[in-house]
Write a protein that binds this ligand. Structure first.
Ligand SMILES: [Zn+2]
Length: 468
């Protein structure tokens, strides 16, 4: 806990210095280091494969041995490749020169992570303490604190999210005073249903339960985990998500990351995030989303190789559409192999018979031919998908073109929520009154009606879809 406080004090000073410190510390030897800097640039942009090639080149040319070894070790840790992590960490420590203090802090931190992943927590903490002893490891401090929490199993978080409940496959930790505590059955059934769908779709049978930490707000999550919500940790089978009054994350996204961890580390975020959005169980039609946003779409090579350079508002849903396209065209086995590929540039042709350029063309043509609402396979839904209109905490029943559900909230609060939420989902606001609202999109409109509760009863929400 003390470390966390110290970290918070430093946060304002060092925030974001991860990237900066690398370039600052390397500036003294710039002309020899441009290749090394380029490698770190690729690394911070998320293109580990390119970074690794450059680091390896440095080592082959006997240049920047220490820093290049450290770079490869860090990538190996990210990929949870313990053997290579240890090998390159040893190479780093064995190198006598070219090790500014910040690299030594990172060296110990990387060694700690490798030991943790290897299952030796005692050694992991020894290295962690060494990293800390170096004194304020520039750029490593934030990472160090995040990993300390991780290695501790988030015991401190469990003190706050002390309401624990379980299902057959899932363990939940929630805030006892939050709204989640009133919705335990809804949470259990929503996540269990998602779990059943995802494991069936991916033909994966996890042996361990998945742990879900449900935070009230993103601020609470950031304070306790030192990271932005939501995120998943495949190795430990844990998910951290926002599930509160402002936002309820989807049932499927984070647990898909944990379940698909059985396939290994994804070849690219195109497949990692694409799969998680594809299986998030919202029932969204990915191709329709692409059609609605066709001016903003990216070439698939941007998603495959430069995912993090672009806005997540595009990369996530478009990747989901591409994953769906691969799944429906080539099947889940090929999707899995692309996900697992360690050399994507080669795998496109080997696995699909087409190069990426042709796949990209086929993908865009598939989008343009998609019919509103058509979703094949088990995703097949009518144009009226419950999850498009879900009010937080309300379980809707669908009958024809009408959804009905109940809520504990005041009618006015419910109408306000729809008035705020629907435009952000692309619906145009029509008339709004104290107990009803209309919205329209393309050639559809919806009518939301809220019925005042009789004393002691719940508010009824009715949503009707009309097609023009
Ligand atoms: Zn994700």
């Amino acid at each position: 806990m003390k470390r966390v406080l110290i970290f918070l004090m430093f946060l304002f000073v060092i925030f974001g210095c991860n990237k900066k410190s690398i370039s600052q510390d390397n500036s003294n030897n710039q002309q020899n280091n441009s290749s090394l800097q380029q490698a770190y640039k690729y690394y911070t942009e998320g293109d580990s494969q390119k970074a690794k090639l450059l680091f390896e080149k440095e080592i082959a040319n006997n240049r920047n041995l220490a820093e290049a070894s450290l770079g490869i070790a860090r990538i190996a840790v990210d990929e949870e490749d313990v053997a290579n992590a240890k090998k390159y960490i040893s190479a780093f420590f064995a190198t006598k020169t070219g090790k500014p203090d910040w690299t030594i802090a990172w060296g110990y931190l990387t060694a700690a992570k490798a030991e943790y992943l290897a299952g030796d927590n005692k050694k992991a903490f020894e290295y962690l303490n060494k990293a800390e002893e170096i004194g304020k490891p520039k750029g490593a401090m934030e990472d160090l604190n995040v990993w300390e929490l991780r290695m501790n199993g988030y015991e401190n978080v469990k003190l706050v999210l002390s309401l624990k409940f379980e299902t057959d496959h899932l363990i939940f930790y929630a805030n006892p005073s939050s709204q989640a505590s009133n919705k335990i059955d809804y949470i259990k059934s929503g996540f269990e249903k998602a779990y059943a769908q995802i494991t069936k779709k991916l033909s994966i049978n996890p042996k361990e339960k998945i742990t879900l930490f449900l935070y009230d707000t993103s601020e609470q999550g950031k304070k306790l985990t030192l990271r932005e919500l939501g995120f998943a940790q495949g190795f430990e089978k844990r998910c951290h998500l926002e599930f509160g009054p402002k936002r309820e994350q989807t049932f499927g996204h984070e647990i898909t990351h944990v379940i698909s961890y059985e396939w290994g580390i994804p070849s690219s975020a195109l497949f990692g995030e694409g799969l998680a959005v594809y299986l998030d169980q919202t029932g969204r039609n990915e191709y329709e989303w692409c059609k609605d946003n066709k001016d903003k779409l990216l070439h698939t090579k941007e998603l495959a190789y430069s995912f993090f350079k672009h806005s997540s508002e595009i990369t996530y849903p478009q990747s989901a559409a591409f994953v769906r396209f691969i799944d429906e065209t080539y099947g889940t086995e090929i999707l899995k192999k692309l996900y697992q590929s360690r050399n994507l540039e080669k795998s496109w042709k080997e696995l699909t018979g087409k190069d990426l350029e042709d796949l990209n063309k086929d993908f865009f043509s598939k989008i343009s031919k998609s019919e509103p609402g058509s979703k094949t396979d088990e995703h097949k839904t009518s144009p009226f998908s419950i999850s498009d209109f879900n009010y937080p905490g309300c379980v809707f029943k669908k009958q024809g073109n009408t959804l009905t559900g109940e809520s504990d909230d005041e009618p006015s609060k419910i109408i306000k929520w729809y008035a705020k939420e629907m435009p952000s989902r692309g619906w145009k606001t029509g008339e709004i009154s104290s107990d009803s609202a209309t919205f329209s999109k393309n050639n559809q409109s919806i009518f939301v009606l809220v019925i005042q509760p009789i004393k002691g009863e719940k508010t009824t929400i009715t949503i009707t879809l009309q097609k023009d």
